[in-house]
Design a protein around this ligand. Structure first.
Ligand code: 6PG
Length: 246
């Protein structure tokens, strides 16, 4: 079998603490936004959920950004109402969208109103197609995908040994955590991005990181191993998470 397309070596940075991690992530994202807007007139950014990126979104809300040229997507979403405390959209709305007054036409949340999560996944594929306008048969190319990683090695809502890992030709899949449905970008769509940035903090992530970076390990067990973009891949750690990378 032909060797897989070569992928860029990950860029690993270990920052002194979470504040430094957020500052570096903000600086990197603002640089990448400026590059995308300069090169193509707009920037598409898929956001991570969870707790780590919240202070980053709060910082971006205070930053001078070309909001009218920025399209915000989500890498994954819990299948709850948009005003539910577990909603990734709700977290970003409170941390960034409302404080910064991001124009609604620039915001593309994963809708969770359909009774059937599969229908919601297909609807989000249609939104990606409408906004990013990939060539026929091509995957959509996001400029930036921001990701977190759980202590089990999952990313987005690509959880170990779940059907969402078998993407096939899907752009958005129905993930599952503890029996609860989630929506998630699939690994092929994430890997199509020009820049992927993992933001990982906490000593509880060390064991999973060792498996993700091991020469040999099961990607079904540690799905962050599936993220091998041809574009740039950054791993930003605080010292607790990145202890073994210094
Ligand atoms: C989610 C996220 C998820 C998250 C990791 C890390 O919806 O929860 O998309 O993939 O990034 O679980 O979460 P923390 O940043 O809270 O450790």
């Amino acid at each position: 079998m032909q060797d897989p397309t070569p992928v860029a070596r990950p860029i690993i940075e270990v920052l002194t603490d979470r504040a430094a991690l957020v500052a570096r992530a903000q600086s990197l994202i603002m640089t990448k936004i400026a590059e995308a807007v300069g090169d193509r007139g707009s920037c598409s950014l898929a956001l991570a959920g969870g707790s780590t990126p919240k202070p980053l979104y709060e910082a971006l809300a205070q930053a001078d950004l070309p909001l009218d040229k920025l399209h915000l997507f989500w890498g994954d979403e819990r299948y709850v109402a948009a005003d539910h405390p577990d909603s990734n959209f709700c977290m970003v709305k409170l941390a960034w969208l409302d404080p910064a007054g991001v124009p609604p036409e620039q915001v593309h949340p994963m809708a969770t109103t359909a009774d059937d999560p599969e229908a919601a996944a297909l609807a989000y594929e249609a939104e990606l197609r409408r906004v990013l306008q990939p060539a026929a048969g091509a995957l959509p190319r996001l400029d930036i995908v921001l990701l977190g990683m759980g202590d089990d090695g999952h990313t987005a809502s690509l959880f170990p040994h779940t059907a969402a890992l078998q993407a096939g030709d899907r752009w958005v899949a129905v993930g599952e955590k503890s029996g609860q449905p989630r929506l998630t970008l699939t690994a092929p769509v994430i890997n199509q991005a020009r820049t992927v940035i993992f933001l990982v903090a906490g000593a509880n992530k060390q064991a999973a990181l060792a498996q993700v970076f091991a020469d040999q390990a099961d990607a079904q067990a540690y799905p962050s191993r599936l993220i091998r973009p041809q574009g740039q891949l950054y791993w930003l750690f605080d010292t607790d998470a990145g202890k073994n990378f210094q």
